[in-house]
Every structure is written in structure tokens, then in C-alpha cells.
Write a protein that binds this ligand. Structure first.
Ligand SMILES: C[S@@+](CC[C@H](N)C(=O)[O-])C[C@H]1O[C@@H](n2cnc3c(N)ncnc32)[C@H](O)[C@@H]1O
Length: 224
């Protein structure tokens, strides 16, 4: 059985802020794993459940909803348990979605889960697709009609209550064509050129010279 896991970003709460990719994943899948803070497996405290229900109504489809107890205690044992639910669901269903609020790349537990899945079931990790979504702060900026960055401004995203040292991921945009990238420094760089467009190129390092304006660099925080 060719199993497939989708990590689906739901956006900040409005079903209209779901992407077409998210809706297509819901249409295609056999079951949706939905995090809930209720230990009894009900969805009374689950914002994600409300969004999923609205999305399924919009699509006019019915899917199995699997509760995933997610107490948000930042406890590796909880992530292990959540992975067990996801992998068990994949034993009985070919295509499975796991949902997360906002965008998966911003303070979401999905990357803790994916690290565990990589160790336990590397084939599922390799074929897993993470679907990007609208972040809470992109939506906040839009509802207030206030730009997050203009001209030469930078944007900072910070945890309000860090548990330890705050490491930084840097996103570098708007390069000059022909520029040498030495001045960007060193680190865990990725280069993204023409993403989702013709001639898309994603390089897991820093390219030496910028060839096109549609290039962005991410210097990822070094994690253990
Ligand atoms: C665990 S983080 C998840 C962030 C999310 N992945 C994103 O892309 O925005 C949860 C925090 O995101 C912010 N957040 C997420 N959705 C929000 C919303 N609908 N309204 C206000 N803040 C929100 C709050 O600061 C909340 O404490």
C-alpha cells in the first residue's frame, strides 16, 4: 500500500484562508488527524476541528476524523504518542492528513513529529508533503491594513516566553542580480529560486552569485 501523509496548514482560523492545496489534500485523503487538548478525544477545545469541519462542509465531503491528544506541554513523550496515532491511522488508511494552525513553519509541533516519523518510518517521511498556509501575523497585517515590512525595514518574530536560548532563522529577500553572496555570512543556508514557477530551483546551501531577482535565502537556526 502506497501510504501518504499530508501535514496541512490551516491558516489562522477563517476557512476562506485555507489554500487550494489544503482543500485538495482533504478531498484526496481517507482520514484527517485533528489535534485536541481534550484527553477524552472529544473536540470541544479544538480550534483546528472547527476549521476542518467548515472545510469539509464547503467541499461537501465526509472524512474520518481521528482525535490526536495534543496537550501542548512541549513534552517529547507527547510527540511520540501523537506520532503513534498518526502511524496507526496510516496502517488503516492510505492517505492521511494531519492539521496544524496558521503555517506549519511557524512554531508548529509538526516538525517535532516529522523528526520522529523520519526515525520510525523513513518511507512515510520521504513521501510526506507539508502544505504551506497563511500565518497569523500575515492575516493580522492584512486585517489592520499595516505592512509588516516596507523599504529597508526588517521583520522579527520572537517567542514571548522562551524556554532557553533564542536561536534565529534569517530570511533574506530582494537580492541584486549578479551580487556575490559572501556578505550574507555562513550557516545552514538554503537558496530558493523561482519557487513554484518555471525553472524552480531549491539548493540546500547558499549559491555563490544571484542569477534572478526571484531568489530568497533562508539561514536556518542551528538545531540539535
Ligand atoms: C503555536 S503558535 C502557532 C503559530 C501559527 N503556526 C502561525 O503560523 O501563526 C500559536 C500562536 O500563534 C498566534 N496565533 C495563531 N492564530 C492566531 C489567531 N487566529 N489570532 C491571534 N493570534 C494567533 C498566537 O500568538 C498564538 O499564541
Amino acid at each position: 500500500m502506497n501510504q501518504k501523509l499530508y501535514m496541512v496548514s490551516l491558516g489562522p482560523g477563517d476557512v476562506e484562508l485555507l489554500t487550494l492545496k489544503a482543500l485538495n489534500a482533504f478531498k484526496e485523503c481517507d482520514a484527517i488527524c485533528v489535534p485536541t487538548k481534550s484527553e477524552d478525544g472529544t473536540f470541544t477545545k479544538s480550534i483546528t476541528h472547527t476549521i476542518v469541519i467548515e472545510a469539509l462542509a464547503l467541499l461537501g465531503v465526509d472524512k474520518k476524523l481521528i482525535p490526536v491528544y495534543s496537550p501542548m506541554r512541549f513534552n517529547p513523550k507527547d510527540w511520540e504518542d501523537e506520532v503513534d496515532v498518526v502511524l496507526d491511522t496510516l496502517k488503516e488508511n492510505k492517505k492521511v492528513c494531519f492539521v496544524t494552525l496558521g503555517d506549519a513553519g511557524i512554531y508548529s509541533s509538526i516538525y517535532y513529529l516529522l523528526e520522529i516519523i523520519k526515525e520510525k518510518k523513513s518511507t512515510i517521511y520521504e513521501s510526506c508533503e507539508v502544505i504551506a498556509g497563511v500565518t497569523s501575523f500575515s492575516a493580522a497585517s492584512a486585517v489592520s491594513k499595516k505592512a509588516l515590512c516596507l523599504g529597508d525595514e526588517a521583520l522579527t518574530i520572537k517567542p514571548i516566553n522562551p524556554r532557553g536560548e533564542v536561536k534565529t532563522t534569517e530570511i533574506l529577500m530582494r537580492p541584486r542580480i549578479g551580487m556575490d553572496t559572501k556578505l550574507l555570512g555562513e550557516g545552514d543556508f538554503y537558496t530558493y529560486e523561482n519557487m513554484y514557477l518555471r525553472d524552480e530551483k531549491i539548493t540546500p546551501s547558499k549559491i555563490g552569485k544571484v542569477k534572478r531577482y526571484m531568489t530568497l535565502f533562508i539561514n536556518y537556526a542551528i538545531r540539535n
